[in-house]
Design a protein around this ligand. Structure first.
Ligand SMILES: [Zn+2]
Length: 116
């Protein structure tokens, strides 16, 4: 596992995450397509929020399974979380928000979230 740091645009929301930049998805669902998200998924133990908890706002829609968190100062969604298939907390990392990662070099798998 590689340790990455990341966060929102203004810098108030900061986190660290242990992950590999593999199995990334770009999804065409209603929210991913509008936000341009490239997502990687990690378990709760791999994610550590360092700052910004107090200014994150939670946006939910549809079945309200996923917490689409965003910074209320700059508006950037750097991660989301929700219960995974086995009920444990999962984090969806917006890899565009990781420091020093060139997203043009990453392989992403298209996911047809629109049809799910
Ligand atoms: Zn911000």
């Amino acid at each position: 596992m590689t340790k990455y740091s990341g966060g929102c645009h203004c810098g108030k929301v900061r986190y660290e995450v242990d992950m590999e930049l593999q199995g990334l998805i770009s999804c065409n669902c209603s929210i991913c397509s509008k936000k341009g998200l490239i997502l990687g998924f990690v378990g709760e133990k791999q994610f550590s929020l360092k700052s910004g908890k107090e200014i994150l706002k939670d946006y939910q829609f549809n079945k309200h399974h996923i917490h689409h968190l965003f910074c209320t100062n700059c508006g950037v969604s750097s991660f989301a979380n929700g219960a995974g298939p086995d009920g444990s907390l999962m984090y969806a990392i917006n890899v565009r928000c990781l420091d020093d990662v060139d997203v043009t070099t990453l392989q992403t798998k298209p996911v047809d979230g629109k049809s799910l």
